[in-house]
Design a protein around this ligand. Structure first.
Ligand SMILES: CC(C)(COP(=O)(O)OP(=O)(O)OC[C@H]1O[C@@H](n2cnc3c(N)ncnc32)[C@H](O)[C@@H]1OP(=O)(O)O)[C@@H](O)C(=O)NCCC(=O)NCCS
Length: 183
């Protein structure tokens, strides 16, 4: 089954790439040609490398392994034909969805990969949830700009949610997006 899915993904990806590259060569960007697929355990070495480069307090391998087994979680990666460029973890349960993690290789940030992944997660969540939530550090201006452009609004604050330097804690801003079109 896994082999079949990988084969199908590969064919769809190559077919799309050739079609758009031939018919609309000017319109095809590197990010358009990236594809999203479910994360596999074999992806973890590359994922952990990006995680370590992006966060001062990165998730451990064990946390990612727990995400594979949690029934309400789906783990995604965005890749080009050589490397994993980004990944995201989504939880959907009881009509609510949560972005647990989203991260783009520092060398590929600012190109639209984060937006592409978020739009994918929103489409998936829409089928089962009314609202999408996420937490973000107030200091993370880039991420906040991305979420704002996607329509997220601030709905609350979690005091001392994140670890910070000198054994201190940083608050988390809670953002929410209504996924109304579904119901
Ligand atoms: C936050 C993150 C996922 C965004 O992904 P990205 O691929 O860099 O963002 P995109 O290129 O898709 O940007 C999408 C939009 O957000 C805005 N944006 C993204 N980063 C920005 C920044 N640093 N400053 C201002 N705006 C920014 C862009 O203007 C862009 O809008 P546009 O489409 O109108 O140009 C990525 O920067 C990252 O991995 N950061 C480190 C990990 C992290 O902080 N994750 C989020 C935890 S809550």
């Amino acid at each position: 089954m896994k082999l079949l899915r990988q084969l199908k993904d590969f064919v769809t990806y190559d077919a799309d790439r050739e079609f758009y590259a031939k018919v609309f060569p000017e319109s095809v960007t590197k990010v358009d040609l990236m594809r999203l697929r479910k994360m596999e355990r074999e992806d973890l070495p590359q994922v952990l490398k990006i995680e370590a480069n992006n966060y001062q307090y990165p998730w451990s391998e064990n946390i990612f392994n727990d995400c594979f087994t949690a029934i309400s979680y789906t783990c995604w990666i965005c890749e080009d034909d050589e490397n994993i460029i980004g990944y995201a973890i989504l939880s959907v349960a009881a009509g609510e969805s949560h972005i647990m993690n989203i991260s783009v290789d520092p060398e590929a940030q600012g190109l639209g990969v984060g937006k592409k992944m978020m739009e994918h997660l929103i489409e998936i969540a829409r089928k089962k949830a009314e609202t999408m939530f996420l937490e973000v550090r107030p200091s993370n201006e880039g991420a906040i700009a991305l979420y704002g452009k996607l329509g997220f609004n601030e709905v609350g604050l979690r005091k001392g949610y994140y670890p910070a330097a000198n054994n201190e804690r940083e608050d988390a801003v809670i953002l929410a997006l209504e996924l109304v079109s579904l119901f």
